[in-house]
Design a protein around this ligand. Structure first.
Ligand SMILES: [Zn+2]
Ligand SMILES: [Zn+2]
Length: 102
């Protein structure tokens, strides 16, 4: 079964996608939202911030693009990704505090 958090196939960007800094401690992290799971290159400071903080910095149009890209990294479709999220009971948008996508 595909692990949605697997970042083995994800390219590392040159700057943090959250704060825009070109840091030397960048890493690829996965963030889950109502659209799916996306991967982002982030510096250590942003990578350890809460997902909600991170997502607030990202436009929904960007997020949907990133989700599609990460599905490509995993070799699955966005539909597959949604199925996997539901199968695993990973439905963060059903939790309080998740007002990001209505
Ligand atoms: Zn950052
Ligand atoms: Zn990815």
């Amino acid at each position: 079964m595909t692990e949605l958090d697997n970042t083995a196939g994800c390219p590392l960007g040159v700057r943090c996608e959250s704060c825009g800094l070109e840091a030397d401690d960048l890493a690829v992290v996965t963030v889950e939202c109502a659209l799916g799971v996306m991967c982002l290159t982030m510096c250590r400071r942003c990578g350890t911030a809460s997902a909600e903080t991170t997502l607030r910095a990202i436009a929904i149009s960007t997020a949907s693009r990133l989700v599609m890209q990460h599905a490509g990294h995993l070799g699955i479709t966005v539909d597959d990704m949604r199925l996997l999220q539901n199968e695993g009971g990973r439905r963060p948008w059903a939790q309080p505090g998740y007002r990001w996508v209505q």
